[in-house]
Ligand binder design. Sequence first.
Ligand code: ATP
Length: 249
Amino acid sequence: MKPKLGIAGLELLYGDLHALRGITMQIAPAEIVALIGPSGCGKSALLGVLNRMTGPDAHLAGSVELDGQDIYRDLNEYELRRRVGMIFARPNVFPMSIYDNIAFGPRVNGERRRPVLDEMVETALTEAELWDEVKDRLRSPALRLSEGQQQRLCIARALALQPEVLLLDEPTSSLDPIATGRIEQLLERLSQRMAILLVTHAVQQASRISDRTAFFLHGELVECGRTEEMFVQPRQQSTADYISGRFQR
Ligand SMILES: Nc1ncnc2c1ncn2[C@@H]1O[C@H](COP(=O)(O)OP(=O)(O)OP(=O)(O)O)[C@@H](O)[C@H]1O
């Protein structure tokens, strides 16, 4: 099967700081890959590269491709951001109504027809398992939702653009276990039809929901494999130490 994302020999430097070193990995069109590793190992930096958010002081080498097209040379940012959604640790809802948050992307893309927008909003909220909770208050401010609901709203906002890839940077770090469980179920369901890269500090979350896990250390990809295998029999000692909580810096 052709990969959705292909990363080959990726190097990322910020001045003298070598944030990613020779990363090569492929992501299938429908799977969850968890990115784990100690703070500063380059997990968020990798998501940033995939969404072209590394900033002007970054120096990149190697290649990153979406469906065989180079993310930096063959795609414009606009198309890339439509096809690759990004979710951050804290829900970044816009200070507007629930409805307008979801309709924002389609409107930027030129969609003005009210019935079409209505349907897009309902579909995205349903897919993000939020519709039943908000359908009677679509005009109320999104900031009044609970943090867990706000995070599902952010996922719905990304889904309204029908992305092929979702990048999530510790999306449940500010949520309680129940809200976390809802997001995890949602991601498992979405992974049946899109590629999901999930940065998480919670190794148990990686073991619960990811198909594959990638362990990073000091900017290097130490190993990447089937999650159930890696958690039972990691190939490298550093992986074993990290997932068992015995890691020493
Ligand atoms: N814009 C930037 N300018 C300079 N250095 C940066 C920049 N972004 C990231 N870095 C550095 O790159 C390295 C990797 O950072 P990154 O944020 O990817 O780590 P991480 O594994 O996601 O850590 P955490 O789990 O704490 O979020 C770190 O040393 C960080 O300080």
